[in-house]
Design a binder for this molecule. Structure first.
Ligand code: NAD
Length: 438
């Protein structure tokens, strides 16, 4: 290498060398050897420095956990952990410490506020997906922030995030409301139902089963699991094996999955079958919401009747009644019996209907809205398409009444009045009008 570097750049042609060149060569060799010595010393010196470096340099320890992080997430760091802990700190000695999934959703916002108000520690989790206007979810998040509830921006499928949350906070309860809701959207995006309602739920149960202590879980199933049943009112004992939509099928799957986790790991699990929940801060994809919007805009609304010409009716349940049912379920939930993924004994497993137990035809819903909005709706009546909707829902709520003290008190007209008041205020206030898509 050294020699190569010192070789003449122009090739020496044999026979053209003069005799006196030997002196020259000799001289060159002298220069060469002094260069070589110098290079040798520098190499030795460099090797010595490198040796010193390797002897004294200790590589940083590998991270204790190598979390799998979902692309684009924004969690982690000491500041973030402080927010998480602060939000989950309870202000009442007897309060729970609750992780609310789907906290920026309609029901999640109301439940989180009610829990915080009475002194429970509440941490929210929501992925703010675009199923409906995310600005409405962000507006709910602001409301929660003002009440001291921090909503982590993340997905229930993110195992590393869930593990981190359970490492930072010893949750006593999980109120699981995150889901892909809505029956019709399943025909457009079936994968989103599997992602959130099946895979996401399993991921959450995995985190709960491994947590120490294991939390008690209360989660939202749906009246849709009664599917095509014709016996009314729907009772928890009725069959739930003929779903009319993929949404219903994923909720039914959730109930079965929950049972297996209860059985194997001793997780205390309560499923609440909600019946058409409505109210302020509601969901824009639900009929009472988009009817209000369209009636105010003078747009024609489509009212479905059942294929045999009969009315389509729903057991509309006001949000405050649902919140009371959720709190009742959390307060009566027994502790999970396992720890660190191992079952220590059988655990509580419950299913409750949370409805209003007085179904109202959708045509009556429209008539109430017309009165409240003081506008006559332009209506088109069509037979109900086969898109996942069922003809009627009607809850038997005697079990929830007996075990949770559940007693709905708000009739549809009273509840819709509150909704319309919120709607007009929210969408007419300048900032929201601009931000939230109509
Ligand atoms: N509102 C009703 O009438 C009704 C009826 C029956 C059952 N339910 C169930 O009640 C629960 C709450 O419903 P809602 O009306 O408040 O719906 P919502 O859509 O307003 O709330 C659900 C929230 O979960 C979030 N979310 C969805 N997938 C997620 C994921 N993978 N990770 C994290 N967050 C995710 C959404 O962003 C949303 O904010 C849902 O489980 C729903 O299926 C609601």
């Amino acid at each position: 290498m050294v020699q190569q570097l010192n070789e003449p750049t122009s090739p020496s042609t044999p026979g053209k060398l003069k005799p006196d060149k030997s002196h020259h060569i000799h001289h060159r060799f002298r220069i060469h050897s002094s260069h070589s010595r110098l290079t040798l010393f520098s190499s030795l010196f460099l090797a010595f420095i490198l040796l010193l470096f390797f002897l004294t340099f200790t590589p940083p320890p590998p991270p204790t956990t190598a979390p799998r992080r979902v692309l684009g997430d924004s969690w982690g760091g000491s500041q973030w952990e402080r927010l998480v802990s602060k939000s989950a700190r309870r202000s009442s000695a007897s309060g729970h410490t609750v992780l609310v999934t789907g906290a920026a959703g309609f029901v999640g916002t109301h439940v989180s506020l009610a829990l915080k108000r009475r002194g429970d520690g509440v941490l929210g989790l929501d992925n703010f997906n675009r199923y409906y206007d995310p600005n409405l979810k962000r507006a709910r998040q602001k409301l929660l922030e003002r009440a001291g509830v921090f909503v982590v921006d993340g997905d229930i499928n993110d195992a590393a995030l869930l593990k981190k949350l359970f490492d930072v906070v010893p949750f006593t309860h999980v109120m699981h409301l995150a889901a892909q809701a809505g029956v019709r959207y399943a025909m457009q995006n079936p994968g989103s139902y599997v992602h959130s309602n099946v895979a996401g739920f399993v991921n959450l149960l995995e985190a709960c089963k491994s947590a120490n202590p294991q939390p008690a879980i209360v989660w939202a199933s749906s009246s849709s699991v009664y599917g095509l049943n014709s016996k009314v009112p729907f009772s928890e004992k009725d069959r739930t094996d003929q779903p009319a939509s993929l949404y219903a099928a994923t909720k039914k799957a959730g109930e079965e999955i929950a049972h297996s986790y209860n059985h194997i790991y001793g997780l205390s699990i309560t499923a609440l079958r909600f019946f058409t929940v409505y109210g302020p801060w509601g969901r824009p994809d639900m009929a009472y919401f988009f009817f209000t919007k369209d009636i105010l805009k003078g747009k024609t609304i489509t009212v479905f009747e059942s294929p045999d010409g009969g009315t389509v009716s729903r057991d509309f349940t006001y949000i405050d009644d649902i919140v009371k049912g959720c709190l009742g379920a959390l307060d009566t939930a027994k502790k999970s019996t396992g720890s660190g993924g191992k079952k220590k004994g059988s655990a509580q497993f419950r299913v409750f209907n949370l409805g209003n137990t007085s179904p109202v035809p959708v045509s009556d819903l429209v008539a109430i809205l017309e009165r409240l909005l003081k506008v006559t709706a332009k209506k088109k009546v069509l037979p109900m398409p086969r898109n996942g909707d069922v003809k009627f829902t009607h809850a038997n709520i005697s079990l929830a009444h007996k075990d949770l003290g559940y007693r709905p008190t708000i009739d549809l007209e009273t509840g819709l009045r509150k909704f319309v008041k919120w709607y007009l205020e929210f969408y007419s206030s300048g900032s929201n009008y601009k931000k939230v898509a109509w």
